[in-house]
Write a protein that binds this ligand. Structure first.
Ligand SMILES: [Zn+2]
Length: 381
């Protein structure tokens, strides 16, 4: 029926998102959010790092009831000089009741030398052995290639060999991470293209973008256009420093913009998409934060119109000033009445309240005058 390619979505709200300053999930919060993500249609829900802190250890002691999403644990590849079966960091991951295990590995030779203090070859061995240990326990292995883009710029051959080693050892996915978040979309497109040209299959590559130049969403789309088939991100763009790629912006774009919707199928349905505003706001509630009213698609202002000239056209046909219908993402159109308004705003608000009035009624004009006068006076109060 469809010859669209499958694009996979990997959520890391409960792991990378938990690194956000001021964010502190309880075990109950994690269970609630995991369930919401599963219902929305995410393919992977990364729950945290079992063994790293009491919350994550407790969360992973009992599987949340997920219908579709693969429950995923995060951790690090084994240390050099130890066998995977004898690595205390890896043991709690291998024992966790999960479907998949995502291990972060160094792919920048500078980090291998300075942070790990091991040889490039030892790091490749750690990647291969760790992937094999995960597969041997019947879990799906993923490798997050940390600093892949910076590593590629410094030593392309080594960064590529980290990806190839992971895939040859049996990783389902090698995820290209822009860990510092400083890479620009055209660089992501070029580097992913070069990697695929060296024989690495795009359907086994993912992208993990950070938002330090406010382009995590753009970088994710650039990577998809260049051939990767998994996107990692978080709800509301939570994440360390400036955050991760915002899945709440990416999902509507993938489903509603023909450039992506015609080419790709994702686990979220158009019906599921109507719940995304609710999911975004529920996360804010859990975190006791007020929602960002300017958030694309789901913010209170995303479909708000104030100017009278916009409103009169909107009422004739919403497509005049809306790039997508607000109901497609579970949001609503808002028409404000202010000193910037015209008669159309007043008529629209009265209609919304169930009052049918003739737009030519002279009382509409008088009402508008009162509003404008009060707005003006308010400036001086
Ligand atoms: Zn990250």
């Amino acid at each position: 029926m469809t010859n669209r390619e499958r694009l996979y979505l990997f959520d890391t709200t409960l792991r990378d998102g938990a690194q956000t300053a001021g964010v502190d999930f309880s075990v109950e919060d994690k269970r609630l959010i995991a369930t919401l993500l599963d219902q929305l249609g995410l393919d992977y829900v990364e729950g945290g790092y079992p063994g790293a802190n009491p919350t994550d250890t407790s969360f992973f002691s009992e599987r949340p009831s997920l219908q579709r999403a693969k429950f995923t644990a995060f951790g690090m590849t084994k240390r050099a000089g130890r066998s995977a079966s004898n690595d205390p960091g890896l043991a709690p991951l291998l024992d966790a009741p999960v479907d998949a295990i995502c291990l972060v590995a160094k792919s920048w030779d500078f980090h291998v030398k300075v942070a790990l203090g091991v040889s490039n070859e030892e790091n490749l061995e750690s990647i291969a052995d760790s992937v094999k240990a995960v597969a041997a326990r019947g879990r799906e292995p993923l490798i997050d290639c940390e600093h892949f883009f910076d590593g590629y710029k410094a030593n392309p051959a080594y960064a590529v060999s980290c990806v190839k080693t992971a895939l040859e050892a049996g990783a389902r996915w090698a995820v290209l991470c822009d860990t510092n978040g400083g890479t620009l979309p055209h660089e992501v497109g070029r580097i992913v293209g070069e990697l695929i040209a060296q024989g690495v299959p795009g359907e086994r590559l993912g992208i993990h973008a950070h938002n330090d130049t406010e382009q995590a969403v753009a970088n994710s789309l650039a990577a998809v256009n260049a051939g990767v088939r998994q996107i990692q991100g978080t709800l509301n763009g939570l994440g360390e420093r400036c955050g991760n790629a915002n899945l709440v912006s990416l999902i509507p774009t993938l489903l509603l913009k023909p450039e992506f919707a015609d080419r790709f199928e994702i686990g979220v349905s158009l019906e599921g998409l109507t719940g995304i505003t609710h999911v975004s706001r529920t996360l804010d509630e859990v975190l006791n934060r007020s929602p960002n009213r300017y958030a694309p698609y789901v913010g209170e202002s995303a479909f708000a119109s104030k100017a009278g000239i916009h409103v009169s056209a909107l009422l004739k046909d919403p497509r005049t000033y809306e790039h997508v219908p607000p109901e497609s993402v579970g949001n609503t159109r808002r028409i404000s009445v202010s000193d910037q308004a015209g008669k159309s705003n007043i008529v629209a608000r009265l209609e919304a309240a169930g009052l049918h009035v003739d737009p030519q009624d002279e009382r509409i004009g008088r009402l508008l005058e009162v509003v404008k006068e009060r707005e003006f006076l308010r400036l001086f109060l």
